[in-house]
Design a protein around this ligand. Structure first.
Ligand code: HEC
Length: 188
């Protein structure tokens, strides 16, 4: 037998060995990755919160007490409806009550926290939908005064300067009263 006739057979044997080895290797690897399946853990949760649908429904978002007016350049400006204004005022009242309580008990952190919130809420009064009110100079002054005094109060309350705080507190009270006297509708 000449070596030329063995050659193709040799090739086939070599190839066969190679393919066989590959299959064995592949099986080993597959086995490794085939760890016990715990697919359930990764399954997408069915409890994904459903869209609450608050976006639509109410026209003009009036539910949130926010009314949208188109301004001249087409941008949307958001105004507080009567209801929104009431909510804002109730929030202001809450912080005001906390501030007064903290002033009595001399709890510095509570006092300054309440004042910080008052200062944050005050400028929102300028979003009142009644343009004749929100654009009135004295209305804007009362709102600015509340913000300024609340910031000042926060500063002195942090230092537990309770006498200075008491003075600021009185000024805050005057801004509530001053603005209400003119702009808060009379109760029937
Ligand atoms: C810049 C003006 C202005 C200032 C300052 C102001 N308010 Fe008012 N407040 C109003 C107006 C206007 C209303 C009436 C809103 C409405 O009912 O449309 C009102 C209403 C209220 C109401 C009634 C809300 C309701 O449920 O009807 C409370 C409570 C209140 N304010 C608390 C306060 C407190 C406390 C302060 C001071 C820390 C204060 N406000 C400062 C303008 C002001």
């Amino acid at each position: 037998m000449r070596w030329q006739s063995i050659f193709p057979a040799l090739i086939i044997v070599l190839l066969g060995t190679f393919v066989g080895l590959s299959i064995v290797m592949a099986q080993t690897t597959t086995k490794d990755t085939n760890k016990p399946a715990d697919g359930a853990k990764d399954a997408p949760s069915k409890d994904t919160p459903a869209k609450d649908g608050t976006k639509d429904g109410t026209k003009d978002g009036a539910k949130d007490g926010v009314k949208k007016d188109a301004t001249k350049d087409g941008a949307k400006e958001e105004w507080l409806t009567d209801e929104g204004m009431e909510k804002l005022m109730e929030g202001i009242q809450e912080e005001w009550d906390k501030l007064k309580a903290a002033q009595r008990t001399k709890v510095s952190k509570d006092a300054s926290d309440a004042a910080d919130k008052l200062a944050e809420l005050a400028p929102k009064m300028l979003k009142f939908h009644k343009a004749d009110v929100r654009d009135a100079e004295d209305y804007k002054d009362w709102a600015a005064d509340l913000e300024k005094q609340a910031k000042e109060y926060s500063k002195v309350a942090k230092k537990s300067s309770w006498d200075d705080a008491a003075k600021c507190k009185d000024k805050i009270g005057s801004s509530c009263g001053g603005c209400h006297k003119k702009y808060r509708p009379k109760e029937d």
